[in-house]
Design a protein around this ligand. Structure first.
Ligand SMILES: [Zn+2]
Length: 437
């Protein structure tokens, strides 16, 4: 008996299945035909190996997210050609002695990925690097909050926003927000800081685009090494409001409504719940775009606004206005720091100083499926076959990758090289050309 599961554009799925078939409409999901057939494979595999359709569905969504991220990256390589982002994940990493390391496909029980490639470490727009770096920063902020809880200190969530209109350029608004930290060197703040044992801030800059144009805003976790009273929190709120309204008046000539532009509140860590780190870095919101781009978001403004990731997706699918916004966003933000954690704060909380290199070089301990020679890597990038290769590696190992590449006409061979701990699997081109079978 055959049953059918249908994936609709709204991402609902219905099934009554022993054997499940998934129908996807490529234009709806923005995916290539080969990606769609890979989705079928994933779904079938989960059902064959005794998994439920729910397992298949979550694997399918993970694949879709990865395919979309690589699709966004390919689009951005063209749009921002010459930028470091345009070179992200295209070439193998130098080995320090004039050569390069082989790229690798690695896997864990839950997913697989490409590593050993040069990454741009772009925190604003790179669909591969930004989520990794933001996730790592989010975890550092979680660890800071854990320390706050452990020692009975106080952390305050502070948000700063600006009055803005559709006619404002991002050039005018962004530096007011991204350099807002400058106002904390003011004497009024230093007095508060000294009186209330201020340790430092972990802050993130977010920028969205909505009916009233660009909306950059500042979120920070400000930590005080004392158990603050409500009166002390009110004093902090008053000082931040004064400093922010002075800054906005001076730099933009606008007055702010204190209670709207400045929000200061205690981070309430309800037992068993975490999440302050991801609240600050807005990871989930910014980069799980999914398929909800079905228009109308900008027009009714009900959801407030679009993230840069959503603008990239719209631009990639042919929206020229979105494309203009993406270029503007890239130009204005590229030298700014998206997440900043005060060194005094990491030292106080006893957290390792992690740089962005560490954060993008993830999971070297995951199982090595195979290495890829630099030439093979360059062909995979040229084919835009990263996700197909990653998922072939996840499900079928080295041989699956070989077959995936041969199906595209590339004469690759599975071989090994000598490593310090024995043979290391490698995929490379044969030394002398062989005719295609
Ligand atoms: Zn990147």
């Amino acid at each position: 008996m055959t049953h059918t599961a249908t994936v609709h554009s709204s991402a609902t799925i219905t099934t009554a299945a022993e054997s499940v078939d998934v129908f996807l409409a490529p234009p709806v999901l923005g995916m290539s035909r080969s990606s769609v057939s890979a989705l079928h494979t994933i779904f079938d595999r989960h059902v064959e190996t005794g998994g439920t359709w729910r397992d298949g569905w979550s694997a399918l969504k993970a694949f879709d997210r990865k395919a979309e991220r690589y699709g966004d990256l390919r689009y951005l390589r063209g749009l921002l050609s010459g930028s470091s982002l345009s070179k992200c994940s295209m070439a193998a990493r130098p080995n320090g002695t004039g050569g390069v390391v082989n790229a690798q496909i690695r896997r864990t029980p839950d997913y697989a990925f490409l590593s050993g490639v040069l990454m741009c470490k772009g925190v604003w727009l790179c669909p591969l690097c930004a989520p990794k770096i933001l996730s790592g920063r989010g975890e550092q902020i979680e660890a800071i909050q854990d320390h706050v809880d452990a020692v009975g200190a106080t952390s305050l969530l502070v948000s700063l926003t600006l009055p803005h209109w559709a006619s404002d350029s991002l050039d005018a608004l962004f530096p007011v927000v991204s350099n807002a930290g400058a106002m904390f060197s003011h004497r009024a703040w230093r007095n508060v800081a000294d009186d209330l044992d201020y340790v430092g801030v972990a802050r993130s800059i977010e920028t969205t685009f909505g009916a009233n144009g660009w909306h950059p805003h500042w979120h920070g976790l400000m930590v005080f090494d004392t158990d603050l009273t409500d009166a002390q929190v009110a004093r902090i709120r008053g000082t931040v409001q004064q400093l922010w309204s002075d800054r906005v008046a001076k730099l933009l000539g606008r007055s702010v409504v204190d209670d709207i532009a400045v929000d200061v509140r205690r981070w309430v860590n309800r037992e068993g719940t975490r999440g302050v780190g991801h609240y600050i870095t807005k990871l989930g919101k910014a980069w799980t775009v999914g398929q909800e781009l079905a228009g109308g978001v900008l027009k009714d403004g009900r959801e407030g606004s679009l993230t840069p990731g959503q603008l990239v997706r719209m631009a990639r699918h042919g929206d020229p206005q979105a494309e203009r916004r993406v270029r503007e966003f890239y130009r204005v933000t590229k030298r700014a720091k998206r997440v900043y954690i005060a060194p005094a704060l990491t030292a106080w909380a006893g957290i390792d100083d992690t740089d962005d290199d560490d954060l993008v070089a993830t999971m070297q301990d995951a199982e090595l499926v195979t290495e890829l020679s630099p030439t093979v890597l360059s062909w995979i990038v040229r084919f835009g076959a990263e996700t197909d290769v990653i998922f072939a590696g996840y499900y079928e190992g080295q041989q699956g990758i070989v077959e995936t590449l041969r199906a595209r006409g590339l004469r690759v061979v599975a071989t090994t090289r000598d490593g310090p701990d024995g043979a290391v699997p490698v995929i490379e081109l044969p030394p002398s050309p062989e005719p295609l079978e």
